[in-house]
Design a protein around this ligand. Structure first.
Ligand SMILES: [Zn+2]
Ligand SMILES: [Zn+2]
Length: 342
């Protein structure tokens, strides 16, 4: 079992999970493999359901099923199951594990895989309207499911796409980790938000909407290259309405969220090609002052000594220029730009 360890004297945590080192990678194949519709060896592919732990939720033609050990549901649209090599596991935490001075405790929590399509080589940028809004609904449902669990204090929902972005499987999937601790990054943000009179996200949203950093906008969401960008082509997506968690999303918000996410991914594909990327939801349940945001970051630059030492990132593409590429107003080769030595 893994272990959650606290920093010597700061409210920061790491997870020691040696079992995860054993997880296989399916990146050994050629680039062509990732374009196939089905891979016999891929545990996430439709038809290979027996190769994963039994599902926690299966979505099929608008219906939701809980899977069972005996019968694996086939021909699904989305499928969720526990990670076979979890960073955290659901064994109950010891009593009083939030106690002060406790520096390590068993890695209680949940680690789930959300398979976004039964088709091996499918890209989110190519999802239909129904598929993309269906995926947003799955995100919402799974976040709600874990946020309601006892002792869960934070639900991390993210996607790693490509090996350099941390994915060990080529098949399109997202992951969710439900944690018994509150991450320091959000603690810091929340403290700063509580010191402001008005929600700083609502304020920055107004500003970015009217700036040269705006990339896409629909009736409910805005996507822009943030003024403070840690890396080349970082993008933030914010709901126009002040809303703190996917769990609070009305059904009318799900499609516009998926639509704008898909638009950003299509822009990435056009400008940067098939580059690895991550996206992460920043959201808090039962915390109405927080403003949900989704951040995307292509893996172009790596955090090196300076970044690790200072927490200050050197970005070689200004967000203004990144936005102009992603909007399609700039036809120079963007990748060259991003590859420049720091
Ligand atoms: Zn597959
Ligand atoms: Zn707000």
């Amino acid at each position: 079992m893994s272990e959650i360890r606290k920093h010597y004297f700061l409210p920061e945590y790491c997870i020691i999970a040696e079992g995860r080192a054993k997880r296989p990678s399916d990146f050994a194949g050629t680039a062509k493999d990732s374009e196939k519709n089905h891979s016999e060896s891929c545990v996430f592919c439709g038809g290979n359901e027996e190769k994963t732990p039994s599902a926690t939720a299966v979505y099929k033609k608008g219906e939701i099923f809980a899977d069972t050990e005996e019968k694996r549901i086939r021909n699904w649209d989305f499928r969720c199951f526990p990670n076979l090599y979890p960073a955290l596991s659901p064994a109950p935490p010891p009593p009083g594990f939030h106690g002060k001075g406790l520096e390590a405790f068993p890695g209680f929590g949940f680690h789930e895989v959300i398979v976004e399509s039964p088709v091996h080589g499918k890209k989110l940028g190519d999802f239909s309207d129904t598929e993309i809004s269906g995926l947003m609904k799955v995100y919402k449902d799974r976040v709600c499911h874990y946020a309601a669990r006892k002792k869960v204090r934070y639900v991390s929902l993210f996607k790693n796409s490509g090996k350099a972005a941390g994915a060990s499987q080529n098949h399109p999937h997202s992951q969710l980790l439900a944690l018994p601790v509150f991450p320091q990054v959000l603690e810091r943000e929340l403290k700063a938000i509580r010191e402001e009179e008005k929600c700083p996200y609502c304020a920055l949203l107004e500003k970015e909407k009217a700036s040269t950093r705006l990339i896409h906008e629909n009736s409910k969401f805005v996507a822009f290259a943030p003024y403070y960008s840690m890396g080349p082509f970082e993008v933030w997506i914010l709901p126009k309405e002040h809303i703190s968690c996917l769990g609070d999303f009305s059904p009318e918000l799900l499609f516009p969220l998926g639509e704008i996410l898909r638009a950003v991914l299509r822009s990435y594909e056009k400008v940067l090609g098939n580059l690895p990327y991550n996206y992460m939801f920043y959201q808090l349940f039962e915390t109405p002052e927080y403003h949900l945001n989704l951040r995307l970051l292509p893996r172009i630059s790596t955090a090196a000594g300076f970044e690790l030492n200072t927490g200050i990132y050197i970005n070689t593409v200004s967000p203004e220029k990144a936005a102009s590429y992603l909007r399609g107003y700039n036809n120079e080769p963007a990748q060259e730009e991003a590859g420049k030595e720091k």
